[in-house]
Design a protein around this ligand. Structure first.
Ligand SMILES: Nc1ncnc2c1ncn2[C@@H]1O[C@H](COP(=O)(O)OP(=O)(O)O)[C@@H](O)[C@H]1O
Ligand SMILES: [Mg+2]
Length: 225
């Protein structure tokens, strides 16, 4: 079974005559453990697609199935819980809580979910991401690359089956980008996760198992590599 599937996915923003067709019929299937890069020019619909896949916003038409479950059949409350437990998000701007230290930021989603922190697992992630020395520091004292690693660790701490990343290296220099990408690839293998990552960087996209190109809200060239 595919971990992620969309059928005839459409998203229209606004009302006529000022409508924007952000997604115009996307059929996509992703297998568990795949690392998929999503590329395309600015405004082509990449972020919209990621938001629909993660249940952050509702499609105008079509469906999104995560592990066989139709997101549109869920109430907002069910969706919030499902998302928290199954989908990890990494954004360009890290979105860390400035008054919490690195460790507290990483375990925050688990605590919000009322769960018990799997300390061994979290320590494993922290070590894997090279953050052991930084555990008690505040995000403001870290470099951009380090902050993004904390954001990745936070996303991984919930053990999501899917990790969605929207230009996670957009604010990083090319050396740090490669490093963060290497970490993403390594963790996805180690923790058996599926990654969908939006990127502008064609070199980075080459590291993925598959590259999906979006143009005007449609997939134009699904290359199997
Ligand atoms: N909340 C919104 N309201 C209205 N239009 C939007 C909104 N979000 C995105 N759009 C429009 O939808 C199109 C696709 O946007 P987006 O998915 O952000 O593209 P990308 O991430 O590829 O740059 C663009 O024309 C954008 O202006
Ligand atoms: Mg975008």
């Amino acid at each position: 079974m595919s971990v992620l599937k969309t059928e005839g996915l459409k998203k229209v923003y606004g009302k006529s005559p000022a409508q924007v067709k952000a997604l115009d019929g996307v059929d996509l299937e992703v297998e568990q453990g795949e690392f998929v890069a999503i590329v395309g020019t600015s405004g082509s619909g990449k972020s919209t697609l990621l938001h629909m896949l993660g249940g952050l916003d509702k499609p105008t038409e079509g469906s999104v199935l995560v592990e066989g479950k139709d997101l549109s059949a869920m109430t907002d409350e069910q969706l919030t819980i499902f998302r928290r437990r199954n989908v990890g998000f990494v954004f360009q701007n890290y979105n860390l809580v400035p008054i919490l230290n690195v460790y507290e930021n990483i375990v925050l989603p688990v605590e919000l979910d009322g769960g018990t922190v799997d300390k061994t697992f979290v320590e494993n992630i922290i070590e894997t991401l090279g953050l052991s020395e930084k555990k008690h520091q505040l995000p403001g004292h870290l470099s951009g690359g380090q902050q993004q690693r904390v954001a990745i660790a936070r996303a991984l701490a919930m053990k999501p089956s899917i990790l969605l990343a929207d230009e996670p290296t957009g604010n990083l220099d090319s050396k740090t980008s490669q490093e963060v990408l290497g970490i993403l690839k390594m963790t996805s293998t180690r923790f058996h996760q599926t990654i969908l990552m939006i990127t502008h960087n064609e070199l980075i996209a080459q590291l993925a198992d598959r590259v999906i190109r979006i143009e005007d809200g449609r997939i134009v060239l699904p290359e199997a590599r």
